[in-house]
Design a protein around this ligand. Structure first.
Ligand code: PA5
Length: 446
């Protein structure tokens, strides 16, 4: 397995028989998932996606990406939640969180439509001034307010700056294959469109055009990404916990939850992983947090956050367990040199690499947190490359489905997301929400 689970730091917290006892439930969850008879079974398209994706569309994605690389200085990706997090996470992980500030022969990539902040959107528009811009609007429903608002503004910007006809060549739409306002608009205007398959939910969609087009525009190898995911698909299909680290991860999370560890803290030692943690938080939070149940997914980057949240993890309430993602080989390395004056007293590190020191920080931390009562499991990745990432994405998606079924929830719906939308629409005076508006205004004391 190119991604593996290291459970050695759990031994004071979970005994082997507790893991053995989970096998039956894991088998049941595996059966539910693979028979397609479990809750939310309309949304299992991601399960076989690495083998069964649309190869023709995949080629179209690569062609569009190389066109965008040639004719654009800026690529604006408009989407929210599952229609944005995966692409941004992959680009930051594979390229850099500083991707836009680096010298490169691919466009800057900015993400819009993931908030309703007028300041954020205005700043993005300012960044686009005088540059060649293309847009990818991504929305499965085609009606989500945040991206719809940003798209309205960016479309008007493009039409005003390059003219209505040229704007058509610079707008790419990723949406449902047949339904929705966005699809209707794309067909009417002749925008190039890509499909979010019916049976793939937003947070499971990074390996569809949703993630693949922006990831390819950034210059990442999407063939290798899919190959890594396909490898995970074939290796992670045995329900035996001794042979499947993905299922073992799901089982251990469940054990932790039952022991009152209601917060899973995703830890990485690379800032480039921070957005991957954001993607993972949506995947698990939206899939499991329902019916009054679920682990709360949180994240930190160490050693940065050891200087802010480290105190709590070490000594605070015993509600946390840590899942540490460790990358064996860093993308870049720095060697510490001897300093003849040794004013900082760091000569004992001369000849060592920064990554060696980073790994020692991990070892010191994992032992200290264990002593303080916080268990850790470790997910090891060989390197920060496309094939390892494809594997990891599939690993987390499948563990999430198994984990959700073990918890007794539907891992593929998100009914709770609608609450704020209804209230917001009513308060904004959207037609059809008049009755709700009166009640809400009263509650707000107006
Ligand atoms: O996982 C999900 O389903 C959500 O996060 C959606 O991706 C998000 O709400 C955006 O929805 P849409 O793609 O319909 O605009």
């Amino acid at each position: 397995m190119s991604v593996s689970l290291d459970t050695r730091y759990l031994k004071d917290f979970v005994s082997p028989h507790e893991i053995e006892a989970m096998q039956q439930q894991v088998d049941a969850a595996h059966e539910q998932l693979h028979s397609g008879k479990g809750l939310g079974n309309d949304f299992l398209g991601w399960l076989k996606l690495p083998a069964e994706y649309d190869k023709k569309e995949f080629e179209r994605i690569k062609n569009a990406a190389s066109r965008i690389q040639k004719d654009s200085d800026v690529f604006v990706v408009i989407g929210i939640g599952g229609s944005y997090l995966g692409a941004r996470a992959a680009i930051e992980f594979l390229k850099s969180p500083l991707y836009n500030t680096k010298r490169k022969n691919t466009p800057d990539i900015y993400f819009a439509g993931n908030s309703i902040s007028s300041t954020a959107l205005s700043e993005l528009l300012e960044l686009c001034e005088g540059r060649r811009v293309s847009i990818n609007v991504i929305s499965k429903s085609g009606t989500t307010t945040e991206p719809a608002l940003a798209f309205r503004i960016f479309r008007e910007y493009l039409e005003r700056t390059v003219g209505a006809e040229e704007a058509k060549n610079r707008i790419y739409v990723t949406t449902d294959k047949a339904r929705g306002t966005l699809k209707g608009l794309a067909d009417r205007e002749g925008y190039e469109t890509f499909v979010i398959p019916d049976n793939v939910g937003g947070r499971f969609s990074v390996l569809t055009a949703v993630g693949l087009l922006p990831i390819a525009v950034a210059g990442c190898d999407i063939d290798a990404l899919m190959t890594g995911a396909a490898r995970a698909m074939s290796e992670l299909s045995n329900s035996n916990l001794d042979k499947n680290d993905c299922y073992l991860y799901a089982a251990i999370r469940n054990i932790m939850y039952r022991k009152g560890r209601a917060v899973e803290l995703m830890v990485s030692y690379e800032p480039s992983y921070a957005m991957m943690s954001e993607w993972w938080k949506q995947l698990y939070g939206e899939s499991e947090g329902k019916d009054g149940k679920g682990l709360f997914p949180a994240s930190v980057v160490f050693s940065t956050d050891l200087h802010s949240l480290g105190q709590f993890v070490q000594d605070g309430s015993n509600i946390i367990f840590e899942t540490v993602v460790l990358i064996d080989k860093p993308q870049k390395e720095i060697m510490i040199k001897e300093d003849p004056e040794n004013v900082d007293g760091l000569n004992f590190l001369a000849g060592k690499t920064m990554d060696y020191i980073n790994k020692k920080a991990f070892e010191g931390t994992v032992l200290a947190h264990g002593d303080g009562g916080t268990p850790s499991l470790v997910i090891r990745l060989p390197a920060a490359n496309e094939s390892a990432l494809g594997y990891l994405i599939y690993f987390f998606e499948k563990a999430c489905a198994i984990s959700g079924y073990m918890l007794g929830v539907n891992p593929f719906d998100q009914p709770g997301v609608e609450g704020y939308k209804r209230n917001m629409f009513a308060l904004l005076g959207k037609p059809g929400y008049e009755d709700e508006k009166v009640g809400l205004e009263k509650r707000l004391g107006r």
